[in-house]
Design a protein around this ligand. Structure first.
Ligand SMILES: Nc1ncnc2c1ncn2[C@@H]1O[C@H](COP(=O)(O)OP(=O)(O)O)[C@@H](O)[C@H]1O
Ligand SMILES: O=P(O)(O)OC[C@H]1O[C@H](OP(=O)(O)OP(=O)(O)O)[C@H](O)[C@@H]1O
Length: 188
């Protein structure tokens, strides 16, 4: 049986990278691979399981059809390597740090995708972003405004999005993630 694409989405700062890092070993134990994204962000950026490339390199990769999925947001470009299709075909589950804005395209290409929306109380989220210190205050406020629009849209849509709360300790969210993946496993 083919593997399943698990598409983790959520506001910047909701804890996607932290969750993937914390759950990495447990996910590997159950045969789930975490994708390394290609991002036009400087390679020295911390906390991101990604390969940094220039805008030119990214465009070249896109032209070579090197990505299964790609999107542009926050002034950056993001690509998911095409090799995930080999992993899925080989029966492995594949977890992607995805984009809310690109969700519809992902549904079209991967109809059986399991979508997990990581959510955090807005005030807690602002504090976490300020503490992380990766973006300026105005960039943080722009991202928070974008979140508000996305949340409205996602809630209004009747799509099969599974909420995953990360307002509490990360360890708890890891357990919730694994439970959700197990609960939503397709019946053999
Ligand atoms: N459950 C949590 N409790 C406390 N801090 C958290 C939790 N999850 C993530 N963080 C912190 O929030 C910040 C943003 O997390 P990050 O993983 O970079 O989010 P994202 O990848 O979604 O942008 C980081 O400083 C991280 O340490
Ligand atoms: O359409 P959206 O859901 O807003 O997502 C757009 C992009 O923003 C996030 O990346 P970002 O560069 O912010 O990294 P982060 O998630 O680690 O903050 C997310 O992982 C997406 O790649």
């Amino acid at each position: 049986m083919a593997g399943r694409l698990i598409y983790l989405i959520g506001p910047s700062g909701s804890g996607k990278d932290s969750l993937l890092d914390a759950a990495r070993t447990r996910l590997a134990e159950r045969g789930c691979r975490i994708v390394r994204r290609i991002i036009t962000r400087s390679a020295e950026a911390v906390g991101e399981a990604a390969l940094g490339v220039s805008a030119r390199q990214f465009a070249d990769m896109e032209a070579r059809d090197a990505f299964a999925l790609s999107w542009h947001a926050n002034g950056l470009s993001y690509g998911i390597p095409r090799e995930i299709d080999d992993w899925l075909a080989a029966g492995q589950d594949v977890l992607v740090n995805g984009s809310r804005g690109h969700l519809q395209n992902t549904h079209l290409r991967y109809p059986d995708v399991l979508v997990l929306l990581l959510s955090v109380d807005q005030a807690v989220l602002r504090e976490r972003l300020l503490k992380r210190g990766r973006e300026s205050v105005s960039e943080i406020d722009q991202r928070l405004a974008r979140n508000a629009r996305f949340n409205e849209q996602l809630l209004a849509e009747d799509s099969a999005v599974h909420l995953l709360d990360n307002s509490g300790p990360l360890e708890l969210t890891v357990e919730r993630l694994l439970a959700c993946i197990n609960e939503q496993a397709p019946r053999a």
